[in-house]
Write a new protein. Structure first.
Ligand code: GRF
Length: 200
């Protein structure tokens, strides 16, 4: 079974969706560790409840490089082959990205390249977008930027506010992340420039 490591900072609903898909046999992988950079993150309790190994590695007061080194070590000790950022509110240092080349995924609540950065759902509402959604992509050295693996579309309703729109996007995130993990772990995809293609 391929081992994945999940990095979180908060609520952890994407982590829970991945764990549930694994438990239900819909995704063939094993979560070998969940790492939070914040004490008290709800995701930590969710990992403990499920008996999934969990580590809190606080980032506060450390340089990005030294914190990342601790995280890399924990991921390596857990035998992680694929790193999934799931609401991990940290930028990764180049050393981290290089430690897992094309082996780090992130999920973002918009159809990238539209609305990168914080508050992507509010950005879509403010812009008057008629569609938005979510993107799972490989992580590179720029924010919300690497090659796209899976996107799912959500229509913006005239009646939407931030909470209704975010909730519908989140439903799609919970599907998209496991789809993307399965695709990457299958070994069937190759990266050509920005494009993730299925191997022939
Ligand atoms: C999600 O909207 C994800 O796209 C973004 O942060 C949020 C994390 O939510 N990167 P959760 O912690 O997985 O519930």
């Amino acid at each position: 079974m391929k081992r994945i490591g999940i990095l979180v900072s908060g609520r952890g609903s994407n982590f829970i969706a991945i764990a549930d898909n694994i438990a239900a046999g819909r995704l063939h992988a094993e979560i070998s560790i969940v790492i939070s950079n914040r004490e008290g993150a709800a995701a930590v309790d969710a990992a403990k409840e499920r008996g999934i190994r969990c580590a809190v590695i606080p980032s506060k007061g450390k340089t990005r490089e030294s914190h990342d080194q601790e995280v890399i070590l924990a991921l390596r000790e857990a035998g992680v082959e694929l790193v999934c950022l799931a609401g991990y509110m940290r930028l990764l240092s180049p050393a981290f990205i290089n430690a897992f080349p094309h082996r780090i995924l992130n999920i973002h609540p918009s159809l990238l390249p539209a609305f990168p950065g914080l508050d992507a759902q509010q950005q879509a509402l403010d812009y008057g977008a008629k569609v938005t959604g979510c993107t799972v992509h490989f992580v590179d050295d720029q924010l919300d930027h690497g090659p796209i693996i899976v996107q799912r579309v959500v229509h913006v309703m005239e009646t939407d506010d931030i909470s209704t729109l975010s909730a519908r996007i989140l439903e799609q995130e919970h599907i998209a992340y496991s789809e993307a993990i399965a695709k990457v772990l299958s070994g069937d995809c190759k990266i050509e420039g920005r494009c993730v293609r299925t191997k022939q």
